[in-house]
Design a protein around this ligand. Sequence first.
Ligand SMILES: NC(=O)c1ccc[n+]([C@@H]2O[C@H](COP(=O)([O-])OP(=O)(O)OC[C@H]3O[C@@H](n4cnc5c(N)ncnc54)[C@H](O)[C@@H]3O)[C@@H](O)[C@H]2O)c1
Length: 256
Amino acid sequence: MAFKGNVVLITGAGSGMGQLAAWRLAAGGAKVAALDINEKGLAQTAEGKPGIKAYVVDVTDAEAVNRVVAQAEQDLGPFDRVINAAAIMPFGKLLEQPTEQIRRLMDINYGGLVNVSKATLPGMLKRGKGDFVSFSSMLGQMPTLFTGAYAATKFAVSCYTEVLYHENRDQGVRFVCVCPPAVKTPLLQQAVDTVWPKILDANPPIKPEEVLDALEVSLEKGEFWCLPGKGTRIGYIMRRLLPNAVWKEVHKAEGC
Ligand SMILES: NC(=O)c1ccc[n+]([C@@H]2O[C@H](COP(=O)([O-])OP(=O)(O)OC[C@H]3O[C@@H](n4cnc5c(N)ncnc54)[C@H](O)[C@@H]3O)[C@@H](O)[C@H]2O)c1
């Protein structure tokens, strides 16, 4: 593992990849501040793990995020790594998806990252060390039908993190933007419960372990874009070079 520090803050730590990252890092000896809106999930994350301290917070609430970050820093010490994994993923045809839901998606998936970066990154930059990790998605590189509202949040996450990196590079903090394809976590159920784009059946969901392993490799190699999973890098390149060919495949898969 590329992690050499002591204290980690993780949002979305009550489920899926955030939870797994908390368990792995705590098992390696780190002190983990686990943040999530889901109290039950957080309790499961921290149960029997003295290295993990749970903080219930809604990442869309900037003041609450500032409060919790200050508290966690007081409890555990300054952060050596921050992982932004909190998100929701309802899908839908854009004109049919409730406007409130589209706004909420942006508030959580993008606004949460903004709030957490403002609360944590200045301290890391001042200390001249640390890892700042954002979870975007392949959908934050390559949109498909019925994923527009979620994909827009992940394009925002990718762009924000990329610019954040370039504005603060060479100051000792490592930045990584993780863009996984579908991953086997509870998040997928939100898509199943709304609309499941057929193109996502082209490849089975990968394991969360594979994504976290790829993240460590990216950190170690100093690669900003982390593209886990078979074919992800090719998809990333195809979208840039041949966007119309990608859309053709998407329409073919959906039969429209
Ligand atoms: N699972 C996938 O297929 C997939 C693919 C690509 C990218 N991602 C991204 O990876 C990250 C982790 O996803 P996951 O699959 O582990 O999801 P998950 O649903 O298992 O976990 C997400 C966590 O975020 C929390 N959360 C939601 N809203 C919140 C809020 N307002 N404040 C605080 N916490 C909140 C949830 O309670 C949940 O515990 C997300 O950013 C997701 O968009 C996931």
